[in-house]
Design a protein around this ligand. Sequence first.
Ligand code: SF4
Ligand code: SF4
Length: 183
Amino acid sequence: MFSMMIGFQDYGQRAIQAAKYIGQGFTVTLDHLNRLPTTIQYPYEKLIPSERFRGRIHFEFDKCIACEVCVRVCPINLPVVDWQLIKNIRKKQLKSYSIDFGVCIFCGNCVEYCPTNCLSMTEEYELSTYDRHELNYDQMSLGRLPLSVSQDSAIQTIYALNYLSMGVMERHSNDRTITHNIN
Ligand code: SF4
Ligand code: SF4
């Protein structure tokens, strides 16, 4: 009889311990219910890049003076600047310009040092292709204006900073969630 009571007492203590562990597990689950998700349903939802996002480079042919500064400051000498010298006016004339985004590391050096500001980083980040040679953009492709995800009414756009944990990064003063629903 005494050993049976000891057994019941032991069983009760273990049941209480198990309930405590389950309670701790639920506390963690409830804690995560208050948090924002860290993933999005791409491609139906897309992140709006931050203001200083370094996406596909935009190039303005008319502003380029073929100085090749962008080539010299590029860590891999990537931009290809083809020019000819117009002897009578002793001036370079740009013939073609290209950047291979299959190799570019989007460091932004070329944009930073271009003396005529004919290069700029855009918010375009969807560069995937089946053929890597298609990533070699000539002046025509580089001159195309970027497609803004916020202008695409078929998708839901989400500001990236909403998805960062609190305290990881300060939000911009104009930080907000923009939604364009399919309906
Ligand atoms: S640095 Fe600018 S102006 Fe000079 S070649 Fe490069 S893109 Fe053209
Ligand atoms: S972003 Fe960097 S790696 Fe890409 S072309 Fe410009 S300097 Fe070169």
